[in-house]
Design a protein around this ligand. Structure first.
Ligand code: ZN
Length: 158
């Protein structure tokens, strides 16, 4: 069986719509993703798939095509006593359960003996602006297809 599924490597700088930088790939260390695997947000992937090696572009992604809208049901006001520590400040993060997949909750307020925890993705509800440059496009390996993610530099390490 042959496949045309590709692995795409790219550099990025991520800003919010006010121009404040949120994140960027490290110099000389582009991110790699397997086409169609859901490794990166859909609004960015759909544009990257149309680009060629060496192309540079600014990509505007609406929240709904990025990390989704905020869900206010994921915000909870809990007694401080339920947290693993009583030394809690705004910005602290707790995992919602013992599993790796359990959502990370951020402390957004501390009032008396209660704290507000927000399990939304930090970028939920935000429109995003990516400056991207495609550094490499290659055919995915059998292992990458079997695993559903890119390997090697910028990809998944086992
Ligand atoms: Zn793998």
């Amino acid at each position: 069986m042959t496949t045309n599924t590709r692995v795409i490597e790219f550099n990025y700088i991520l800003h919010d719509t006010l121009g404040e930088m949120i994140d960027q790939s490290e110099a000389g260390a582009p991110l790699a993703f397997l086409e169609g695997s859901g490794q990166i947000i859909p609004g960015l992937e759909s544009v990257l798939l149309t680009m060629a090696k060496g192309d540079k572009r600014e990509v505007h992604v609406k929240a709904e095509d990025a990390y989704g809208d905020r869900d206010e049901t994921l915000v909870a006001n809990v007694p401080l006593a339920e947290l693993p520590t009583d030394q809690v400040k705004v910005g602290d993060m707790f995992r919602g359960g013992p599993e790796e997949e359990d959502p990370v909750m951020v402390v957004t307020a501390v009032q008396g003996d209660h704290v507000t925890l927000d399990a939304n993705h930090p970028l939920a509800g935000k429109d995003l602006v990516f400056k991207v440059e495609i550094t490499e496009i290659r055919t995915a390996t059998k292992d990458e297809l079997a695993h559903g993610h890119a390997h090697g530099a910028g990809g998944h390490h086992h």
